[in-house]
Write a protein that binds this ligand. Structure first.
Ligand code: VAH
Length: 319
């Protein structure tokens, strides 16, 4: 099947880089980017783009028929921190959008679906070190609840209606091209921006808060890999654990100091500390590595180098 791709939430942190990557792989005319507003002009002006509300079933169906879409990447969601401020909005956006895409796939309008889950599906009762693929999952955030329920529905639509939906549990994602929005792991992006602009960062998590993290290039590679994998190699239809590295705010500060020796950090935990404390410290992603040959590339110092180098370049270009 020649993919004709629709990316929902294409202006977001992952969606924007996924759009660029998929356009590079399949060609600009094979990829339609969409979002609820024009909030990333690089994406809007670099190829096919549609304004689309992920909760509007009729508009979604019209877009899919207009472009003869056969593959959908559903990247629109309300993340953990914002979801705690607006629980019902988070539930509605994260679940209505998934049901619309799954039902259009069930009715034959879509042939293949990617839907992102998250390590947020794990909760305070989950084993925190090398969290296994199958374990106790009692998420304590609205975002985590939507991801846990979403995984169950994805597996149900595969088993009951043979919908080819694939999913991975993203850790915190670090990137320099587009700012994240409303996440608990966003500190790991903010710290690099502030290291360059202020030489100091006040972290909203405590220094020893260890969380699973991944550079955007690795996350995009995993997303493309799982979607290109032969059907028979996808043996888990809820969502795959996915991991690269884990680190604490103190460790990322030390990595930054290797390049910016005067950088300083302070700690002022806020409501996001409780969210972070409910999540694993590290993830066992053996199944992804065995079933579809996943492997990561970037360690912490490589991430720091990529972030500081590219953010400095961007500052020079904008000055
Ligand atoms: C968040 N970046 O912080 C997201 C992610 C694992 C965390 O799902 O909400």
């Amino acid at each position: 099947m020649n993919p004709k791709i629709l990316i929902i939430g294409a202006c977001g942190q992952i969606g924007s880089e996924l759009t660029t990557k998929l356009r590079h792989i399949y060609g600009d005319n094979q990829v339609v980017a969409s979002d609820i507003s024009y909030n990333n002009l690089d994406i809007v002006n670099s190829g096919l783009f549609e304004i689309l509300d992920a909760q509007d079933y009729a508009s979604l169906k019209i877009c899919i028929e207009k472009y003869e879409i056969n593959t959908v990447y559903l990247m629109a969601a309300m993340l953990s921190a914002t979801g705690e401020k607006y629980p019902m909005k988070a539930w509605d956006l994260n679940m209505n959008s998934l049901f619309h895409v799954l039902n259009l796939a069930k009715e034959g309008f879509i042939k293949k679906v990617f839907w992102p889950s998250s390590i947020a599906v794990f909760g305070p009762t989950t084993p925190k070190v090398n969290t296994p693929q199958y374990t106790v999952m009692e998420p304590s955030t609205v975002y985590g609840i939507t991801k846990q329920v979403g995984e169950r529905w994805c597996e149900y639509y595969f088993n009951k209606y043979n919908v080819d939906v694939r999913s991975i549990r993203y850790p915190g994602i670090i990137s320099h091209k587009t700012l994240p929005g409303g996440g608990t792991t966003d500190y790991a992006v903010d710290i690099y921006h502030k290291a360059l602009s202020d030489g100091h960062y006040e972290c909203f998590l405590t220094e020893e808060t260890e969380l699973p993290m991944m550079f955007m290039d690795d996350a995009i590679k995993a997303t493309v890999d799982i979607m290109q994998a032969p059907t028979e190699s996808i043996k888990i239809r809820s969502a795959y654990n996915l991991a690269a590295i884990s680190f604490t705010p103190r460790e990322v500060a030390e990595s930054i100091k290797k390049q910016l020796s005067d950088f300083t950090i302070s700690y002022a935990p806020d409501f996001r500390q409780d969210i972070a404390d409910s999540w694993p410290k590290s993830i066992d992603d053996n199944e992804a590595r065995k079933h579809w040959n996943w492997s990561h590339e970037f360690d912490l110092d490589a991430i720091t180098n990529e972030m500081l180098t590219n953010l400095e370049k961007k500052t020079l270009q904008n000055s």
